[in-house]
Design a protein around this ligand. Sequence first.
Ligand code: ADP
Ligand code: MG
Length: 555
Amino acid sequence: DAHQLRRELQGMHGASYGRYKSLTGAWRFDGFTLQVQRVQPDPYAPASRVQVTVDAEHAGLPAELWSTPVRARALAGYLVRALHRQLGKSRLRVDAGGQQVLDRSSCQIRDGAVRVRMGIDMPGRGRTIDGRAAEDTLCDALPEAVETALRWSVADQQRAREFVDSVEDTHALRAALDELGLVAFVADGAILPRRSGIDERPLSGGVPFSSPESMRVTVRLPHRGEISGMGVPEGITLIVGGGFHGKSTLLRALEQGVYDHVPGDGRELVVARDDTVKIRSEDGRRVHRVDVSPFVSHLPTGADTRDFSTDNASGSTSQAAAITEAVEAGAGVLLVDEDTAATNLMIRDARMQALVAKDAEPLTPFVDLIRPLHATHGVSTVLVMGGSGDYMDVADQVLMLDAYRARDVTGRARELSAAQPTGRRSEAEGYPPLHHRVVEPRCIPTERPKIRARGTDALSIGESTVELRGVEQIVDPSQVTGIGLMLVSCARRGVLDGERSINEVLQVLAADIAERGAEAVDEKFVGDFAVPRPLEVAAALNRLRVLQVRDLRSR
Ligand code: ADP
Ligand code: MG
């Protein structure tokens, strides 16, 4: 038990570092169990891992706060943040996360227990054990932090309830979108801008969002009751406005609207449908056997663009591939920002059509495919485009940002479309049927390769590295680890076998996550990870340099 652990650590003081290993196993404390899961072999190795399990009833946590998967995730998100604050400068580290309330391995509430996983650099002096410091951390700081953060009687109960209710409201709001015929919703009063590119907290003094009356929708939420805001309908939505007027900030908030944000974030009531995917150009990426023919045909190299591969895509082909891959994976909403899009894939105006004949231009611009994509495949698009008026002809609604204020300018845009025709001809004859691909299962290692996240920029799986900089909806390094684990466990458990298309594989993953949560990602991994969206798993899969696929046509 705890006293025994104390004596062990005292006895180890000054011994060689390797003896720490003997601590592996379970130690019974007053009110919780400490499990030493993995001990580092030396002071410079990755941190050791410990797990604390507290009986939820013993901790006094009201059952109604963890009665559903959403509430359990929210309460875990609250508790892990409280614990993080309590651990402060101690050697124990817990993956509490940032502004998003993700399902993470560091804190799980299931089967009536709170389970917290932490990392600890076991203290040493050179290569000998510093038993006193270890005793301070594990036998004093840890129980104190657990008692303060995880025990209901001393918790800030009102804040905990508000946290859980807020996340549940966000979740309910997102779930209501479908029925309302919306792809996204931005509540009145929401704060969209962030402090900086590296500080995700809300910008103080940011202008609160206010919805144009014509797009205002009210929704009743379980806890907050009736709220109002801007509903973004299905179809094509164009966001225009002068530079620096807040267009990208709005789109970025929609991108992140697939996640639930912590109270006080400003985006608690900004949501987008679960199947929303941000598209961007990403030159240099690998593209493997993707049908980019809707956008790219007769390349000067003579390559078949229905089955297109390259190790070094251009801006336009990378974006064409991203669109095809997203739709194949099951995206129902695409988000595109002019700032990160390839201009030549977005527009081709009448003058350019006149100067460069169609048979000398491999690209068909998105402006001619955006409507067919919706008509044929039901895929909506929200597009920021302040630099070209050609999209006015194809938009269902046009939103203008004017000094951060949103205005509905659809009527005016219609008038201009009629009064000033662009003179351009459409270059597309509809959007062709999708090609579904199957993954060659053997291209993904199954023997528990080393999985490592490099921030949110890259993932390494064994020897291979996946660049994820272009996957902008990844917000947390723990998601990157989750993606890696999920890809490997997918291959290991045979999910990729049996000629399942990528789309079908993702459906299996989604169902598995819905049923088992973090366990669906990995059951044995003792490090930190967060449960990723299947769409990001697909994005990583598509960027894997070792990916091999077959087109289902050749089945
Ligand atoms: P655009 O894409 O229209 O050029 P951005 O979205 O990049 O504009 O915003 C320009 C600047 O204005 C950014 O620094 C952003 O943080 C800030 N900003 C955006 N929205 C708001 C707002 N509602 N209140 C205050 N500042 C904002
Ligand atoms: Mg911008």
